[in-house]
Write a protein that binds this ligand. Structure first.
Ligand code: GTQ
Ligand code: FE2
Length: 353
């Protein structure tokens, strides 16, 4: 063994590079013991974004340079679009008389109506009128187009998509046509069939990865919160309900879960963190959330994000607050990746406000 030549370390690392291998012991990732997301807590204020949506009418014409009039959120901690690493959030704006032509894609979307009236979405031949507070689903690979038959107000809504997740796995597929798709089914047929939840015709029991119900109306969801508020109080979320697939009881989409929660006036929830990330929309009221020890104020129609594994607690103002939210929990659950941790100390952060 006397002819062993000492390795030149610098040269060794250089040689590894030439062979397209990396020493695991040099990788920061191999030292990581818990998630450290690049994404940061952030609030997008509706009052600041609405004028920009309005101005976009002078900048692009639907059908000429834009298929959708959408401003999509980029988390300040990210290099690419996405409110979190897995979820997109956008504001969409549709003027009376406008058509956003039909397309379909392998990523899924949900929409939560913010303001206006007279707009509809057609999902796979089913026309769905959209009212403020409604949740509308466009699961993956279903044709969808939007239109506005109203006279005055533009329609504004929040779009939630699993685009960054799907893109990370690579199967991005997309098809489009120039026009609306033909309406081939009775209006709101999925609501007619599945909207009652507990009583379904026996032949209408499709088992699929996404809900067969394409619209969840505001009124029954809000009434459910009012019914439950006296008895159902989650220490982290106040009174919270999940929009579910009425056949399986599962999440609304294969990749995204959606919730509506009510925070009683002045309620201050306990803090926790979990391995799913969430986008919140303030449907009613105002308040603030303490996220990673910092106070983030929100008003009605604002959107804020809680990145993966980030401490958060919510505080309602003097009126009740209603938060719509969606989460990437279904992306984690099947693999056993979902974890939750309670904040055990009494937090000093409550004094930050
Ligand atoms: O309305 O079809 O915010 O395809 C992003 C992609 C909305 C839509 C978005 C989309 C849509
Ligand atoms: Fe779309």
């Amino acid at each position: 063994m006397s002819d062993v030549v000492a390795v030149n370390v610098a040269q060794y690392y250089q040689t590894l590079e030439q062979h397209n291998v990396v020493p695991l012991w040099k990788l920061a990732e191999s030292q990581q013991t818990e998630p450290k997301p690049d994404e940061v807590p952030h609030v997008w204020h509706f009052a600041e974004l609405l004028p920009l949506l309005q101005q976009s009418v002078d900048v692009v014409t639907l059908g000429e340079g834009a298929e959708r009039r959408v401003l999509t959120f980029k988390n300040p901690g990210r290099r690419f679009v996405g409110a979190t690493h897995s979820l997109v959030a956008s504001l969409q704006f549709l003027m009376p008389g406008e058509i956003a032509p039909a397309h379909r894609h392998s990523y899924s979307a949900l929409r939560f109506m913010i303001s206006g009236s007279g707009a509809y979405t057609v999902v796979e031949g089913e026309k769905i009128p959209m009212e403020v507070g409604d949740l509308v689903l466009t699961p993956n690979w279903l044709w969808h187009d939007h239109g506005h038959e109203g006279k005055q107000e533009p329609m504004v809504w929040l779009d939630g998509l699993d685009f960054p997740f799907v893109a990370s796995l690579r199967p991005i597929f997309y098809q489009e046509i120039d026009t609306s798709q033909p309406v081939t089914k009775p209006e709101n047929i999925s609501l007619t069939r599945y909207g009652t939840g507990t009583v379904l015709a026996p032949k209408h029991r499709p088992i699929s990865a996404y809900s067969p119900l394409n619209v969840y109306k505001w009124q029954p969801a809000y009434e459910a919160l009012q019914r439950l508020r006296g008895t159902e109080q989650d220490e982290y979320d106040g009174t919270i309900i999940e929009y579910v697939n009425p056949v399986t009881g599962g999440h609304v989409l294969a990749t995204i879960a959606a919730y509506l929660q009510l925070l009683a006036p002045g309620l201050h929830t306990k803090a926790h963190r979990h391995s799913s990330s969430s986008v919140y929309f303030v449907a009613r009221g105002s308040g603030y959330s303490v996220i990673n020890g910092q106070c983030h104020d929100w008003q009605q129609n604002d959107v804020f994000v809680v990145p993966t594994w980030t401490w958060h607690e919510h505080v309602a103002g003097t009126e009740e607050a209603v938060l719509f939210s969606y989460s990437d929990l279904p992306m984690l659950e099947p693999f056993g990746f979902w974890r939750e941790e309670a904040y055990t100390e009494n937090q000093g952060w409550q004094q930050t406000k």
